[in-house]
Ligand binder design. Structure first.
Ligand code: GLV
Length: 313
């Protein structure tokens, strides 16, 4: 029997707890409200766990992230003292949601749905607007890990021209999607009609999309950020939009979440804002995924983390 701590900031937290208790019925599941003996916790299943709790988990053996990202764990100051394996969710249901979200944003832009919304507001019949076919659109993906690849394959199968930037030399191409690295990133940026960022939040990706990056993009491009907020310099984006009236951005992640009411991003007519929902974690399949990895850990006594701490993802 293991002692498991569950913590999340999800709105449907209660439902998560119910599912976890059902799946891990042989184990003890604790939440903060029970004020458990933190020194006896073996496993943590968490999303946005506060550092003051992590600090107390001195006998923790493995941490499961309830999302694809692990920055909410490994950036905590106390993680340095703990450094146990961290497991992330890699799940096809999450990937499906990410693909649908990204495609919806592409279509809004590609089919000029923005203009129709604006026209409808003014009761204006603007008539047909010429639109590009998928094969005439080049999509540059930033990030080519599990989710990046899923999105790449999805879009490629729909006939878009997909090109991708990857940092790590672990990632191999798939469906002949051309891969770019730091050396020729500029070429990808210049050639893309749409850029989709699925980059993780690390020291190296902070402000990755900045003034210079934006200036290299096409004047009437679309930028979609579904990775992490810190990868985009929001001030640079606002200034860029000021100068480029036909540039669009669809943002799902932000420097500060929830996005503060004072942010200039809210009201910009060329920005679509969604509240960090592009790839929400699927309850049932995520818990199955965690449970299967946990089962192997219980059987073998070891578990290999998914995260390279030096790289930060
Ligand atoms: C969401 O942002 C996730 O990391 O799953």
């Amino acid at each position: 029997m293991m002692n498991i701590l569950f913590y999340s900031t999800f709105k449907n937290n209660k439902q998560w707890l119910k599912y976890i208790k059902k799946r891990f019925y042989k184990d003890n599941i604790y939440t903060l409200s029970q004020n458990p003996d933190y020194g006896n916790i073996d496993i943590a299943i968490v999303w946005n766990l506060p550092d003051r709790i992590l600090r107390k988990l001195i006998n923790i053996k493995v941490i499961f992230s309830l999302g694809a990202g692990v920055d909410h764990i490994i950036n905590l100051p106390s993680f340095n003292d703990i450094k146990v394996p961290v497991i992330r969710i890699k799940d096809k249901n999450m990937a499906e949601r990410m693909c649908s979200h990204v495609h919806s944003q592409i279509l809004n832009y590609q089919l000029k749905i923005y203009s129709f919304y604006a026209a409808q507001n003014k009761k204006k019949w603007i008539g047909e607007q010429y639109t590009k076919l998928n094969c005439d659109i080049t999509i540059g993906l930033l990030g080519f890990g599990f989710l990046g690849k899923s999105v790449g394959v999805y879009l490629k199968k729909l006939n878009y021209n997909v090109i991708a930037f990857k940092k790590s030399n672990r990632e191999k191409s798939i469906l002949k999607i051309p891969l770019y690295t730091d050396k020729n990133l500029k070429k990808l940026v210049i050639n893309s009609d749409i850029i989709i960022s699925i980059l993780p939040g690390t020291k190296e990706t902070k402000n990755f999309i900045n003034k210079k990056f934006l200036e290299n993009m096409k004047k009437n491009a679309l930028l979609v950020n579904v990775g992490r907020g810190i990868t985009l310099n929001e001030e640079d984006l606002i200034n860029h939009l000021h100068k480029n009236k036909n540039f669009y951005a669809s943002l799902d992640v932000f420097n500060t979440e929830p996005l503060p009411k004072t942010s200039k991003l809210w009201k910009h007519r060329n920005i679509t804002i969604t509240p960090h929902v592009a790839a929400i974690t699927d309850l049932s399949s995520a818990i199955d995924y965690i449970f299967n990895r946990y089962k192997r850990f219980k059987k073998t006594g070891t578990i290999r983390g998914d995260v390279n701490y030096r790289k930060g993802y």
